[in-house]
Design a protein around this ligand. Structure first.
Ligand code: PMT
Length: 403
């Protein structure tokens, strides 16, 4: 799951030996979908070349404040406004001191004064430098001003000593950056949403499918992302764009959907997809010809994705959907129990839905959980999904209180 999808990070690189790890950090951040712009201090360029970080970030690396050519592209104030997070790794003792003093004597310190984005520092220095009273005071002052300190870690240092002052590993810095960028009731929560129909191939041109448009699932994915979650949408074939900030994997069949869902562990699983329960036993390699007056098509059961997720040894908080044409509560509660879910959102489809449900812009949901229920009245799918995500997040936090 790409938790930093489309997030804008300004990475400041200070002049310490840990600067060599910033190459790995840029790779990790971009791998997670972030757009990264790098600013190096003059000292940082003694440890790693700007060309390396340019190649990894895909953007020119900024170094000097007075660089007419670079300023003509994106001036430093625009760059400061562009950033959603300023991440400085490594943050040396000198850089922390200059930030504490409020200096603006190079591009990086100037950007830190000019930005409204949160600033996070990953300190890296010799253990005695970290323990020095001046550094301690600077660290306290910076955190009092709202800057975030990521680490340092305890361990072996480049100077051969061991102690507190080592920079956190790039993966850990990226993980903490993700948490800092998240806000809302599902901040930092990994959510997988399935949406749309599946297609079960009969032959190269025909398939079994259903009427799901994907609109409900896409609205749920968007609402979860708005609530701060890192959302992966595993979608069957639909004609909808991926919601902003949501990573999407497109699949065709139930088996493909199963494989993708099981490959992506999450904290919260919401199954809105209308997954085909059966698929043709055999998919013909060539187009079937009409010969006999009748034909029968043997079907075989598809894996139940929702039940498989709920049966994991450490299952996520699991929410199913139930599309029913009759006996809505009875069938929905049956699925809640049989599949051992935390919650199920039931909706009418067919005649009883009166224009809502499948293929419609509107829907209404009846929520059931062990020992409770709630009606979410008919509304457009996005506001309805926001309402649903709010209720889910309340139940999620009751079951898994935040540390
Ligand atoms: O896509 P739209 O046009 O916006 O329509 C939305 C919707 C009506 C499809 C949606 O709101 C909905 O109800 N989705 C679930 C439909 C459904 O297939 O329900 P079910 O009762 O067959 O399945 C119960 C649950 O098990 C569902 O969460 C389903 O995703 C899951 N399931 C089912 C079979 C299977 N093999 N694997 C599964 O994960």
């Amino acid at each position: 799951m790409h938790s930093l999808h489309q997030r804008r990070l300004l990475l400041g690189v200070g002049g310490g030996i840990a600067a060599y790890k910033s190459a790995e950090l840029v790779r990790e951040l971009t791998r997670q979908g972030a757009e990264v712009r790098v600013v190096m201090t003059a000292a940082a360029t003694e440890f790693i070349t700007p060309l390396t970080l340019q190649a990894l970030s895909g953007h020119p690396v900024r170094q000097a404040l007075f660089d007419a050519q670079a300023e003509a592209g994106m001036d430093h104030i625009t760059l400061a406004r562009w950033a959603e997070l300023v991440l400085i790794a490594p943050a040396t003792a000198d850089l922390m001191a200059r930030l504490a003093l409020g200096l603006a004597d190079d591009l990086l310190t100037t950007l830190c004064l000019a930005t409204e984005a949160p600033i996070a520092l990953a300190p890296a220095m010799n253990r005695q430098m970290w323990a020095a009273p001046a550094t301690r005071d600077n660290a306290t002052l910076l955190t009092t001003r709202g800057l975030h300190l990521l680490g340092p870690a305890d361990g072996e240092q480049a100077c051969g000593e061991s102690g507190l002052g080592r920079m956190l590993e790039p993966q850990e810095i990226a993980r903490r950056a993700t948490t800092l960028l998240s806000s809302g009731p599902l901040a930092g929560v990994r959510v997988v949403v399935t949406a749309g129909p599946t297609r079960e191939a009969i032959d190269p041109v025909r398939f079994i499918s259903n009427r799901s448009s994907g609109r409900m699932g896409y609205a749920v994915a968007q609402a979860a992302a708005e609530a701060g979650a890192n959302v992966l949408l595993v979608s069957g074939p639909v004609a909808l764009p991926a919601p902003a900030g949501v990573e999407r994997i497109m699949v065709e069949s139930a088996e493909q959907m199963y494989t993708e869902v099981m490959a992506h562990p999450c904290d919260l699983f919401i199954a809105t997809a209308a997954v085909a329960d059966y698929r043709p036993q055999i998919t013909a390699a060539t187009k079937l010809k009409k010969t006999a007056a009748e034909m029968s098509l043997p079907l075989t059961r598809n894996p139940d994705i929702l039940a498989a997720v709920a049966a994991l040894p450490q299952p996520p908080f699991t929410v199913g959907f139930a599309a029913e044409t009759d006996q809505l509560e009875q069938y929905a509660r049956g699925k809640l129990e049989a599949k051992r879910l935390n919650m199920i959102a039931a909706n009418w489809v067919g005649e009883r839905a009166a224009g809502a449900g499948f293929e419609s812009d509107e829907n209404a949901l009846e929520l059931f959980w062990p020992g409770g229920s709630l009606t979410l009245p008919r509304a457009a799918k996005l506001p309805l999904a926001r309402h649903l995500v709010k209720v889910i997040s309340e139940h999620f936090h009751q079951l898994r209180p935040s540390p």
